[in-house]
Design a protein around this ligand. Sequence first.
Ligand code: PLP
Length: 434
Amino acid sequence: KFVFMKRDTQVFELIAAEKERQINGIELIASENFTSPQVMEAAGSVLTNKYAEGYPGKRYYGGCEIVDQVETIAIERAKELFGAVYANVQPHSGSQANAAVFQACLQPGDTILGFDLSHGGHLTHGSPVNFSGKLYRSTFYGVEEETGMLNYDKIQEIASKEKPKLIIAGASAYSRDIDFKRFREIADSVDALLLADIAHPAGLIAKGILNDPIPHCHFVTTTTHKTLRGPRGGLILMGQDFDNPFGIRLKNGNLRKMSALIDLAVFPGNQGGPLEHIIAAKAIAFGEALTDEFLHYMIQVKKNAAAMAAAFVGRDYKIISGGTDNHVMLIDLRNKGITGKEAEKVLVQADITANKNMVPFDDKSPFITSGIRFGTAAITTRGLREDDMGVIVSFIDEVLSNPENEEVISRVKENVNTMMRKRPLFNSLLIEQV
Ligand code: PLP
């Protein structure tokens, strides 16, 4: 006897409501994007039913012949996209990708040197509330107060003093290109390994728009869901394989290869079964990112960010470092008399989503903050162009200049909704051409 399952309307109604929210609003959270329909189809596919602990050809479960092929395609496409010799597509998130690299080359208590969270770094770069700051001795570099930019001579000084075993180059809220070559010189001078965490600009880097970390960094980690426009997940890459210099020698006197150590650190070190439905979605996203249409998309993301930054500067907003080389900008709101928390809240009332963010040398707590971060990856996927950026900035300025004025906020919200309803969620060049 079959029991018919009732559709879970409670949850599906919420999913429908979230879809409406995404369609109606202007999405400026720098770490978000809209995946293509085929990426979502794979993420919601029967592959979610499959256990596949291990790696292609070496699994701990039967019936993995098909997911082996899927995972191999994802690995090969990731390698091609970034020019890497090694890729691990299993990390469930960017944080787990970083955790696996740390575990592969460090011992608890070892020193790491990362980008200060309050200056634009990520939690996993040594924050005391994160595994990276609890398991390892974390030290930090930051940006210069006057310029808002990294000062590589100072990073060299800190590295020489702290003698880290691993240096992390990469950020969540830094709008300038990173000099990975210089980072490698610093790392080599203190015999440290170098990790580039390109979670944010991965798509721009893959298409050659920003400096390439692969030739200079021992490891590269990324998320797959930001500028790369794939499903939520993580990825680890290496430009070349090498022996772990900090490792214990095997019986035959050899050191372990880093590729083997990273594989072990992901599974069984940090995770159990890989998410093969997400790995299939990653494979599709990497395939999309390999196209020329994705190059055009990334060029437009950068152009839109430059146009948005110029429009903010034109309205006397203070962008940290004065502008942007990538998809993101961090704005210090202190001259506007509004905190990051208040700005985020009032913008949401007008259906504009962004996130409050600490600015370098912030005098407010991480819950309040003096800053707000904007990014153009998601709105560019919806087909917005440079001309639209001035309009968006005028919406933002109206709201932030009148945070108590409900009439202004509801008028802006109506204008936002009218603008965005004309734009399908996935409106990029890639789909328009199909
Ligand atoms: N690294 C950087 C630089 C990030 O910005 C992020 C996410 O915001 C991560 C790592 C972690 O990614 P996830 O949220 O998937 O753990």
